[in-house]
Design a protein around this ligand. Structure first.
Ligand code: ZN
Length: 385
């Protein structure tokens, strides 16, 4: 976007060059209440690395190239860098800079993703590279999500090594997580294919912001996902996340259609998404389009990144949201980031007994047998073996 002198004056910023053009941008955007991720010109590295790989979904437009991985659909001039910071146009070709280079690798319990109805208490090798398609003001992982790949420490770990490391550490799955895995789509997809061959599950922890063709391809090897619904309002998505809601809802419907197990996370951010009427609208949409069986996690916000002035979400609000969602008919609703809460356990929707007891991320007791409540034999939705 080009800023004219008039725009700057309108935004109350005098064009006397007492602020740098970059600061002027930042102030203009904050004063207009918008939160936008920008394409950066002339920001491609001088030379590509040995591991740089061409992006799978793109359209060539002469010397320019458009990324078709996510709904941002960045059109990049030569040497420009995408909004997610992971892709550059080099000589008319679109490259990912993060292939085979995770900056985070950990073994986590699957409950941490969170996935509560997916192979309880199994370990998952969790990987991330730098970059994100969104720009959430409350990002918990902004040190890796809002930076360029070359600005963080990373290691060489190609898809075969990821699968081998998962196997060696006894993990039943690999999670693509922490930052936004759709920005390392090529690395994730290639790894997921090898993992499938090795009988290791693939888990996608995501903002759900992806175009349909790459999602359909990924569904062939995807076993489980956790998708954020960050609010149920396009306005809030624009201000809080620099994203859009509609493509996320499409992703949820496609996963359902393709039979991929998923759970939904709704982080409640005070003054943004702590609105019970909006939560009711979201639950109504879920019931109408996805049914009552996909778990919903209301997660507690803690002050981070650009929202350190806000308080953590009140636990009573989270409990009220859970009660509301369950009264509307959603079967499995949890309160997240509140470790000792009773709302962390799984209850049978039929006999109401506690069937999975959780202590933080640990499973204290599991009363599900062959995918059914062991008290009343009610089938419990999820992936249990
Ligand atoms: Zn039961």
């Amino acid at each position: 976007m080009d800023l004219t002198r008039r725009d700057l004056i309108k935004a109350g910023i005098a064009c006397t060059f007492t602020v740098s053009p970059a600061d002027a941008f930042a102030r203009w955007f904050s004063s207009s209440g918008k939160n936008e991720k920008e394409i950066t010109q002339n920001d491609a590295p001088e030379k590509l690395w040995k591991w740089s790989k061409e992006v799978y979904y793109k359209v060539t437009l002469g010397r320019n190239v458009q990324c078709m991985t996510c709904p941002n659909q960045c059109i990049l001039e030569p040497n420009a860098r995408s909004r997610c910071q992971s892709h550059v146009n080099k000589d008319g070709k679109l490259y990912t800079l993060v292939y085979g280079n995770p900056c985070s690798v950990h073994v986590d319990p699957v409950e941490k993703k969170p996935l509560y109805h997916f192979l309880p208490s199994s370990g998952v090798l969790s990987i991330a590279t730098a970059g994100c398609s969104f720009h959430c003001l409350n990002c918990q992982n902004w040190e890796i999500s809002q930076v360029r790949p070359e600005d963080v420490r990373f290691m060489d770990m190609f898809p075969d090594a990821v699968v081998e490391n998962a196997r060696k550490t006894g993990c039943r799955g690999i999670a693509y997580t922490y930052s936004e895995p759709t920005t390392f789509y090529e690395y994730m997809l290639d790894t997921s294919r090898l993992a499938r061959e090795a009988n290791i599950k693939n888990i996608w922890v995501t903002n759900g912001y992806i175009n349909k063709p790459p999602l359909l391809e990924f569904c062939k090897t995807l076993d489980g996902a956790n998708i954020d619904i960050k609010s149920f309002s396009e306005d809030i998505y624009s201000r809080l996340n620099a994203g859009r809601l509609k493509p996320v809802l499409r992703t949820l419907m496609l996963l359902k259609e393709k039979g991929v197990w998923f759970e939904i996370t709704s982080l409640i951010v005070p003054t943004y998404s702590d609105n019970m009427e909006m939560i009711k609208r979201m639950c109504g949409w879920i019931l109408e389009n996805l049914g009552p069986d996909y778990p919903l996690h209301f997660s507690r916000f803690s002050p981070r990144y650009k929202l350190t002035h806000l308080p953590p979400t009140s636990i009573s609000f989270l409990e009220k949201a859970r009660k509301t969602a369950m009264e509307m008919g959603i079967h499995y609703v949890y309160v997240g980031n509140v470790p000792q809460a009773d709302s962390n356990h799984t209850y049978c929707p039929s006999c109401k007994k506690r069937i999975i007891e959780r202590f933080g991320y640990l499973i204290a007791e599991n009363r599900i047998t062959d995918g059914k409540c062991s008290f009343c034999r009610q089938p419990i939705a999820g992936v249990w073996k």
